[in-house]
Design a protein around this ligand. Structure first.
Ligand SMILES: O=C(O)C1=C[C@@H](OP(=O)(O)O)[C@@H](O)[C@H](O)C1
Ligand SMILES: C=C(OP(=O)(O)O)C(=O)O
Length: 412
């Protein structure tokens, strides 16, 4: 292979910057924004809350004009963790009830810690039949503002509980002092991304103590910002260079970033490739050799499905650790990966906090995707090596990368 692939904007940055633009003190612009199911659900929800969002010269240019946040609206979260975890604190600022729901599987993704935190901060949170909700669906009783203060959150199931509260916190009267009280904390780079985007918008955040974040109340600056490409979505393309042999280049690779996808080049080097960054173009080269890996992915769990697919094609066993929280992702990713790798003749076992994968000769068959975009891209990787792999519902990649199948085809 010798391919160059342009990757659209980062989901995590797009949905943070949309929330901050919606809460800002004036109109702002996002350039290079992702347009995908998750981003469009965020746009739709913010519009229904009273924010004006229009396209500029391209669909990826978004003009955001904040307005008074109005309630008595329904928010469809789809399967987007960023929508279901980032918007309830915003809804608390709206003037009326905001009803949240989503896809069938979204109804089992963990929500309780963020709902508990809002309740502790004085927000009315109700579930069906009046019970306190642990998952979607639920209703946030917006009162047009929130005092804020101190709150404890167990974020061991998802960093997004912390990010969501921090993103809205500058708009609370007293800001927020948030303490994580769980034993583990996944995806720390995503919390650092939240802190960085807040600081770039002029908000003062103190993160000098482990597990404690203090956000000062302040106006959020209106800005004109460019979104980096989604480095986690670059992962399957770069990994393809190892599986098929050859080179894959991604232009627009940032020199420094808070995206956990920054770990991709190093991971692929450990697994047998070489990586170089020249003039903003990241190139990974492989010769068809894939080595097994023993890796703790708690900081970058969203890379685990692609790493697991590579591991199933490797010349030695692999162990993926630190990713128990993947059981609460789009699907139970540990179960899904173990089941699907086994279905193709491989050997993959779940551990308490990850997977052990022992390479075996694989055969073709249907690779089920469980509505999970990263299961789909993982199946595509296996199909580069194993004849007859059929990826079920490849369009599920539209969650963060519509057009994945076309980009993949063009790469080959
Ligand atoms: O804040 C974010 O943008 C994300 C945080 C992470 O969530 P978890 O901490 O729940 O893994 C990550 O897996 C997800 O893809 C995106
Ligand atoms: C976990 C993921 O998504 P979400 O933002 O829905 O949590 C992911 O994209 O891998």
């Amino acid at each position: 292979m010798d391919a160059r692939v342009e990757i659209p904007g980062s989901k995590s940055l797009t949905n943070r910057l949309l929330v901050l633009a919606a809460l800002a003190e004036g109109p702002g612009v996002l350039r290079g924004a992702l347009r995908s199911r998750d981003a469009d659900l965020m746009i739709g929800a913010l519009r229904s809350l009273g924010v004006t969002i229009t396209e500029g010269d391209a669909p990826s240019t978004l003009h955001v004009t904040p307005g008074p946040l109005t309630g008595d609206v329904d928010v469809d979260c789809g399967l987007a963790g960023t929508v279901m975890r980032f918007l309830p604190p915003v809804a608390a600022l709206a003037t009326g009830p905001v009803r949240f729901d989503g896809d069938p599987h979204a109804r089992v993704r963990p929500m309780l810690p963020v709902l508990h935190a809002l309740h502790a901060l004085g927000v009315e949170v109700t579930g069906p039949a009046g019970a306190f909700p642990a998952t979607l669906p639920f209703t946030i009783g917006g009162r047009g503002g929130l005092r804020g203060g101190q709150v404890d959150v167990d974020a061991s199931a998802s960093s997004q509980f912390v990010s969501g509260l921090l993103l809205a916190a500058a708009r609370f009267d007293e800001g927020l002092s948030l303490r994580h009280i769980g034993t583990t904390l996944p995806s720390l780079p995503h919390i650092e991304m939240t802190v960085a985007t807040l600081r770039e918008a002029g908000v003062v955040v103190d993160d000098s103590r482990d597990g404690i974040w203090v956000v000062q109340p302040a106006p959020i600056a209106a800005r004109d910002v460019r979104v980096e490409p989604d480095l986690s979505n670059a992962a399957p393309f770069l990994a393809a260079a190892l599986v098929a042999g050859g080179s894959v280049s991604i232009p627009g690779w940032p020199a420094s970033t808070t995206q956990p996808g920054a770990l991709v080049p190093g991971l692929l080097e450990q697994m047998g490739g070489t990586a170089s960054l020249t003039d903003g173009v990241l190139t990974v080269t492989g010769d068809g050799t894939v080595h097994g890996i023993d890796v703790d992915l708690h900081a970058a769990g969203e890379l685990a499905p692609n790493v697991a697919a590579l591991a199933a094609l490797a010349d030695s066993p692999s162990r993926l650790r630190g990713i128990a929280h993947l059981r609460g992702h789009e699907t139970d990713r540990l179960a899904a990966l173990a089941t699907e790798i086994t279905r193709l003749g491989g050997q993959a076992e779940e551990t308490r906090d990850g997977l052990v994968i022992t390479p075996r000769p694989l055969r073709g068959g249907v690779w089920r995707t469980y509505a999970d975009h990263r299961m789909a891209t993982s199946g595509a990787l296996l199909g580069l090596r194993v004849p007859g792999v059929q990826v079920e519902d490849v369009e599920t990649t539209a969650k963060t990368l519509p057009g994945f199948a076309g980009l993949w085809q063009a790469m080959l």
